[in-house]
Design a protein around this ligand. Structure first.
Ligand code: ZN
Length: 256
């Protein structure tokens, strides 16, 4: 095994063979832009750090849409958000506008309106203000924004691999359709809840393919190339990193 420092110096890691053939598309996964007292799952990035992160991306890389055409000619990034928190509109969108960067927001349609908090936020009825999800009106506002792509994230955010095929289908397709009805337009992309290797299976990918989705996002680290299954696009989860750590992480996502 080559020591990490040496691999880093020569930029030789598990991404090396792929990068030799083609520049990668690297998809980032955010959840929230907020300042939280208590964030045990590290879902929130502070507004200041988000601003720094977006500025670094804008100044250094092409930023593509998750539902856009990917050419793999130079290393590019994609910004995505999971779950559908209200702060995506109120905190993240103004920064995206300032930087002129597109982003995709994946929404669990059963939680729209904040009638119930997500389980990891305590299941409160209704959701506490700091954990509020997007309302139908806010979703329509996002749907009309030229920088935003909306996608679905199932109906009730289950671990899909634990469900029977019929239930998987309902979660994926009804979740998608419900969201389309709220915003009044066709949507082409989705992301799997939890999204790690064991959280969704081949049948889920097949349901998405059959439904004609353009891409579906997973949640394990990796790069996308032209040979990547569009129904399981890897993503890197981004935590509340300052400018320096963000820069270092992107370097690792690219080369190691
Ligand atoms: Zn989620």
């Amino acid at each position: 095994m080559i020591p990490k420092k040496i691999r880093r110096l020569f930029q030789v890691g598990r991404n090396f063979p792929g990068n030799l053939l083609q520049a990668p598309v690297i998809v980032l996964c955010y959840h929230r832009v907020a300042r939280l007292e208590h964030d045990p799952h590290q879902l929130a990035v502070s507004p200041e750090n988000f601003q720094e992160q977006m500025k670094f991306l804008r100044d250094n890389f092409p930023v593509l849409r998750f539902d856009g055409e990917w050419f793999f000619k130079e290393c590019s990034f994609v910004i995505t958000f999971d779950d559908g928190y209200a702060d995506n509109l109120h905190e993240a969108l103004p920064v995206l506008h300032e930087m002129g960067l597109p982003a995709t927001i994946f929404v669990s349609s059963g939680f729209v309106g904040g009638a119930r908090a997500f389980p990891w936020d305590g299941n409160d009825v209704p959701a506490r203000p700091e954990h509020r999800q997007l309302s139908a009106d806010e979703l329509r506002q996002l749907a009309g924004d030229p920088l935003v792509t909306l996608g679905s994230h199932t109906l009730t955010h289950p671990r899909l691999s634990e469900l029977a095929p019929a239930e998987q289908e309902r979660e994926i397709l009804a979740g998608h359709r419900t969201l389309e009805e709220v915003v009044g337009k066709k949507l082409a992309v989705m992301s799997y809840p939890f999204g790690n290797h064991g959280d969704f299976d081949r049948n889920c990918r097949e349901i998405c393919r059959q439904a004609g989705f353009m891409r579906a996002a997973a949640n394990y680290p990796g790069q996308a190339h032209s040979w990547t299954d569009p129904m399981a696009v890897p993503r890197h989860v981004i935590r509340d990193y300052g400018a320096r750590e963000f820069r270092e992480r992107l370097f690792r996502f690219r080369f190691l």
